[in-house]
Design a protein around this ligand. Structure first.
Ligand code: FES
Length: 147
């Protein structure tokens, strides 16, 4: 699974969303109270960009006049016809048996974590020479999508 850095975490503050291109695909990224979600940015109904949709919580009614609003279960409402997709799973709740938007795993990693070398590959053997190295540090946190 490849990782793609899509931007600085501070550039997508809580309550905002954006679009990024990852591996040739448009991805909608949402920051809901500091938690990041990512979905393919194409509505399966008619192709609207979900990154232009509205993020809403789950609203259910167990009886007339009695509503339950669940802020922990978040959805994006498509800007064209209002289909709703759960941010965590990409599941549609208009046509739950048929439609789903691909969700992507999102993490926030420090710049230092991103520049650290991966574990040595067993296919590599150290050569006889060593180049001079300099210490490098990277500040800030970055949003990373796995695809
Ligand atoms: S294009 Fe998204 S609901 Fe129609």
């Amino acid at each position: 699974m490849a990782k793609f850095v899509v931007g600085r975490a501070n550039d997508i503050p809580p309550g905002t969303k954006c679009q990024a291109t990852v591996d040739g695909r448009a991805i909608a990224i949402f920051n809901v109270d500091g938690r990041f979600y990512a979905l393919r940015d194409v509505c399966p109904h008619r192709g609207a960009r979900l990154s232009e949709g509205t993020v809403v919580g789950s609203l259910t009614a167990c009886a007339a006049g009695a509503y339950d609003y669940d802020e922990a279960r978040m959805f994006v409402k498509c800007p064209w016809h209002g289909w709703e997709f759960e941010l965590e799973t990409g599941q549609s709740w208009c046509e739950p048996a048929r439609e789903r938007v691909r969700p992507y795993r999102v993490t926030v990693e420090s710049g230092q974590e991103l520049i650290e070398a991966p574990a040595d590959s067993p296919a590599r053997v150290p050569g006889p020479y060593v180049a001079e190295t300099l210490s490098v540090s990277v500040e800030d946190d970055y949003v990373v999508i796995e695809s």
